[in-house]
Design a protein around this ligand. Sequence first.
Ligand code: F0G
Length: 475
Amino acid sequence: MKEHSFTSLHTMGQQQDRRSWAEPYKIKAVEPLHLTTREQRGKALAEAGYNTFLLPSRDVYIDLLTDSGTNAMSDRQWAGLMLGDEAYAGSENFYHLEETVRECYGYEYLVPTHQGRGAENILSSVLIKPGDHVPGNMYFTTTRFHQERNGATFHDVIVDEAHDTSSLFEFKGNVDLDKLQRLIDEVGADKIPYVCVAATVNMAGGQPISMANLRAVRELTARHGIPIYLDATRAMENALFISEREDGYLGKPIAEILKEFCSYTDGATMSGKKDPIVNIGGWLSTNDREVFEEARNLVVVYEGLHTYGGMAGRDMEAMAIGIREALNDDYMKSRVGQVRYLGLLLEQWDIPFVKPVGGHGIFLDARGFYPHLDQEQFPAQMLAAQLYLDSGIRSMERGIVSAGRDTVTGEHHHPKLELVRLTIPRRVYTQAHMDVVAESVKACFDQRASVPGLAMTYEPKYLRFFQARFEPLPT
Ligand code: F0G
């Protein structure tokens, strides 16, 4: 075991003369957790077809499935719910949200949606024509789905380091400008309706993109008249990394960084369930009046009127408040600090995971756990199952199952990354929970040699990872 003093874990590698950090809030309401026996978990896992998405939450102890909509709201946000103006049209809370997004992100026009994929559906329908090509810094499941459904081909233009779990590059979310230029030369700028830039990059392990890189993407695409749409889901977490790592931005408030970052893009899709610390909601924003008109027209078909878009008035209020709370530097440091704390614990035991640690979770490298398994035996799916079996901790596969099939050949995509994501909800768990998680991961690592692979017994047509079922292969 490597030497890590208690102090170094709590100061997160900062200078030793610094004191420990702590969360800038205290707990006012609590919710009991569910403890189960190994026997109960074995039964629940078999019933769920070895897919953690199919487990009832009553059978889960520490739920690290996702940081999406699983956040704890503040007393201010709960109070905001009482200010919900549930008018069908022109809710007061819509105007509050619109003004907040304009001030914090800088976009002119706002179309509310029920969550991120609602915004992706509308943006893809508005901008994409069949035969188009959409470059992006790695795919995200629902984002690529909507692009492909509208007739586009997705092209991954992220830097190579993003696909390498051992690379310590600090901005693994960056766009590779040569890859982007090559695509433009190959298919022509008129076939690229927009570049889709995500910050941070979820599938790469919550890795950030630098300000300099986004600025360079802006310069390149501007020469060809191609707009940039940001997936702003975790852009505030991205801003923290910039404030810690990028020359010219060190120590700058994340609110300032976010605003400059967004200024290099033409609009954004947003899953409000992440950065804004709420349980539901999303939006599409743009500076382009024509795109806005079209999107505002479509939102009434798929989501709801253009002043609620599938959200209750109270939910829009909670999001507006949450956006400002999340832009607090101390909050954001503690949010990402908790993820790093878990990473440091795992590092002590040489557990393989994606480094540097990203913004919203730890991504275990399932190939490092189970080198004896072929990727088509679903090693990450099995690791998530083993972790649940060991302790009741729920995580998520982010490997070959999530990657799905090629829409043309029907073959599995074979992503380089075969990962299990331990996603940390915002303001929900304590450091003691992180200790328990780390110990369970270690137990799975110690037992890794004898673990068999899985066979897929049921495969849904779309976004299969949500509902697919599996069985262990005979040993
Ligand atoms: N973009 C990114 C980067 C996401 O992480 C998500 C959702 C979406 C878009 C879609 O947003 O769920 O509100 O419709 N990610 C969740 C996750 C599901 O667990 O990572 P949504």
